[in-house]
Ligand binder design. Structure first.
Ligand SMILES: C[S@@+](CC[C@H](N)C(=O)[O-])C[C@H]1O[C@@H](n2cnc3c(N)ncnc32)[C@H](O)[C@@H]1O
Length: 218
């Protein structure tokens, strides 16, 4: 059985406080990630509008994007994540929203980041999800997806120790590339790094893409 948006948000509402406790300071040790996220933000137009899709309870990535000169909004499907992120980063904007069905108008953003938030989606939903990313991005808008590399999909024991089962997908770059291209993106850069000593021991993929200058229908 595949996860529903409700099962994803119930899981994240339940583990949000624990996640914040564990990962509030994680960006300090992630020099490569800080550099690549800053580069992503800084190649956008000045004061770019940017969506941090699946921002989580820490809001630290949204903060980094703001510090790099953009106007980000962090969205998350779980209301507890958004309550905590607002508390952590009171100057920033956060909204409860499913990234698969966003309440934003078309072409709202210059950029969209999806940082470790794709893992809870079944792989057969990627095409629809990337079409939604394309809808909210402006023509030529930039997308950065960061995921753990792998080839698995299915229910696993919660790595955060909640004793729940969690639906987990990890990805190869080619698995992401095909639905991205179908949604009208051109993949412009792919980087892979080894895990840091304190991280789960799998490689990490950073996939940059540019939205088509035209809408699909036109
Ligand atoms: C591993 S956490 C990463 C959070 C944040 N990006 C970070 O690195 O600190 C994954 C987050 O994605 C969110 N998420 C998962 N599926 C989502 C969806 N369909 N729409 C919005 N948020 C989603 C979860 O609620 C969770 O907060």
């Amino acid at each position: 059985m595949e996860p529903s948006p409700t099962s994803i948000l119930e899981y994240w509402n339940a583990v949000a406080d624990r996640y914040l406790e564990l990962f509030r300071d994680e960006m300090r040790a992630k020099e490569f990630d800080r550099a690549i996220l800053t580069e992503f933000a800084q190649q956008l137009p000045k004061d770019a509008s940017l969506c941090d899709a699946g921002c989580g309870p820490c809001g630290h990535v949204t903060r980094l994007l703001a510090d790099a000169g953009t106007r980000p909004v962090g969205i998350d499907i779980a209301s507890r994540c958004i309550a905590l992120a607002r508390n952590e980063q009171p100057q920033l904007r956060f909204e409860v929203m499913d990234m698969a069905a966003m309440a934003f108008a078309g072409a709202s953003f210059d950029g969209l980041l999806c940082y470790y938030a794709l893992h809870y989606e079944p792989k057969n939903k990627l095409a629809a999800l990337f079409a939604e990313f394309a809808r909210v991005l402006r023509p030529n808008g930039s997308l950065l997806i960061v995921v753990k590399q792998g080839a698995s999909e299915g229910w696993i024991d919660d790595p955060l120790g909640s004793r729940q089962k969690v639906y987990w997908s990890d990805f190869t770059s080619s698995e992401l590339r095909a639905p991205l291209e179908d949604a009208g993106f051109t993949v412009t850069r792919t980087e892979v790094r080894d895990p840091l000593p304190d991280e789960i021991a799998v490689r990490r993929i950073y996939l940059w893409a540019r939205r088509s200058p035209r809408n699909k229908e036109s």
